[in-house]
Design a protein around this ligand. Structure first.
Ligand code: FMN
Ligand code: FE2
Ligand code: FE2
Length: 417
């Protein structure tokens, strides 16, 4: 039996009927390597992350218990609201009071939010983290300095029969982040790196369906893409460690890490695809007519094109396509002297998300004074984009505008071919 139904209820703060069931239902733990246990929780009903990204499959908060013959460590905790489930799972293996170390790879509350409760129960346990992590544990969770152990690159911590080694992995995706490596077992705990928002009754990546890689990429796009340069450095460290198992803090555990390491190679520094993402809005169809012409011109010139109408598009799908696209084209009507609000929102994300394909074009329609195209162009240039072409027309497109739109699409295709 597992605890799925209970965890959702507890997240909502429910304590009555299902909450009581939680106390009596044994929940699943999984031994991923000898004496290393997954004690995480599944949040099947969560639908939004970072107040931004849709979670069609929910998510999980993976925590791991490492039982040495001398000391016991808990690697990461869970989102606030799930502490009781975590403690119940731990107690199936050892009394939680016996935990000696709570390793905090990352201070974000979805992994560190359970620390106060664990420290309350395990009253001799100390939090292990980077220098900045120790600061943040105090700031976010009130962990007093005397209950922390600061570690730096290459430091080790003996649990007796097991040794933990710590690797600095800053900016993945906060400044304090680090990876923990169980040396003897060759298990890497990289927290958010290699994660995915994918809840499944199956823990291991090789047991879940083909949606894992696209979901891991969608996760990467939102969380890690702005930090691709740090991701490259961390990947080199991961490859040097040569882990047998990668156990992230969201989504499935990789018993064969090769595919996800190769995917991260490609996403952080691999060649970009011959692909253009077009994002646009149109209120009365003029900008959309231009978009259809531009999209067609890109496609007939042999380049893959993915058009997204922002009124219906899922933002996380756009970001996922931008991970390996070579160019982006933005279309907007003028609204109140600037871009349409949905385009403003998308442009801000595109300009600030560290997208590697920095070639762009902008187009749109206006009724009287115009100005949207110029504003979007300026914001993209601030974000390091080379804006190779623009087209701003008054009212619905006439044949000469269609010709110009086709030329814009061809110019983009030619630039990245
Ligand atoms: C709410 C609203 C505000 C607008 N504000 C401006 C404006 O400030 N300046 C301008 O030139 N046109 C403005 N327009 C006119 C549109 O830019 C124009 O109708 C354009 O052709 C619409 O393109 P679309 O058919 O792609 O929606 C506005 C239109 C609407 C509906
Ligand atoms: Fe995070
Ligand atoms: Fe996370």
């Amino acid at each position: 039996m597992d605890v799925r139904i209970c965890s959702a209820n507890m997240f909502l703060g429910g304590t009555s009927y299902l909450g009581e069931l939680c106390c009596i239902m044994p929940s699943k733990t999984v031994e991923i390597s000898p004496d290393i246990f997954w004690v995480g929780v599944e949040d099947w009903n969560r639908r939004v992350f970072d107040a931004l990204i849709p979670l069609p499959y929910g998510t999980s908060y993976n925590a791991y218990l490492i039982v040495g013959n001398d000391k016991i460590a808990l690697v990461d905790t869970v989102n606030p609201g799930f502490e009781e489930v975590l403690l119940e799972k731990i107690s199936q293996i050892v009394p939680p009071e016996r935990i000696d170390y709570v390793v905090m790879n990352h201070a974000e509350p979805d992994h560190a939010g359970g620390i106060p409760k664990v420290l309350e129960i395990a009253d001799k346990a100390n939090v292990v983290s980077t220098k900045l992590g120790v600061d943040m544990a105090k700031l976010y969770f009130g962990v007093p300095p005397e209950r922390t152990v600061m570690v730096k690159e290459g430091d080790t911590l003996s649990l007796g029969s097991k040794t933990l080694k710590f690797t600095q992995a800053p900016w993945l995706h906060w400044p304090e982040t680090m990876f923990t490596y169980a040396l003897e077992d060759q298990v890497l705990f990289p927290c958010d790196f290699f994660g995915s928002h994918l809840t499944s009754d199956k823990l291991f990546a090789d047991e879940v369906s083909g949606i894992l890689l696209p979901e891991a990429k969608r996760y990467y796009a939102e969380i890690m893409m702005p930090f691709a340069a740090f991701g490259q450095k961390a990947l080199d460290k991961v490859k040097a460690l040569n882990p047998k198992i990668i156990a992230p803090s969201h989504g499935p555990v990789y018993r064969n890490p090769q595919p996800i390491i190769e995917a991260y190679e490609k996403w952080t520094r691999g060649p970009l695809e011959k692909k253009v993402v077009v994002v646009y809005v149109s209120m009365w169809g003029s900008t959309q007519t231009l978009e259809r012409t531009i999209t067609k011109a890109i496609s007939v010139n042999g380049v893959e094109v993915v058009p997204y109408n922002l009124t219906v598009a899922d933002l996380s799908h756009i970001l996922r396509d931008l991970v390996d696209s070579s160019a982006v084209v933005i279309g907007t009507p003028t609204v109140l002297g600037g871009a349409h609000p949905l385009v403003l929102y998308a442009t801000e994300l595109i300009a600030s998300f560290g997208i590697r394909g920095k070639v762009a074009a902008v187009f749109g329609s206006y009724g009287w004074g115009g100005g949207a195209v110029k504003k979007v162009k300026t914001r993209l240039q601030e974000g390091g984009f080379e804006v190779i072409d623009t087209l701003e027309i008054r009212g619905p497109p006439k044949p000469e505008h269609i010709e110009k739109a086709f030329a814009l699409g061809k110019a983009i295709a030619d630039t990245i071919s």
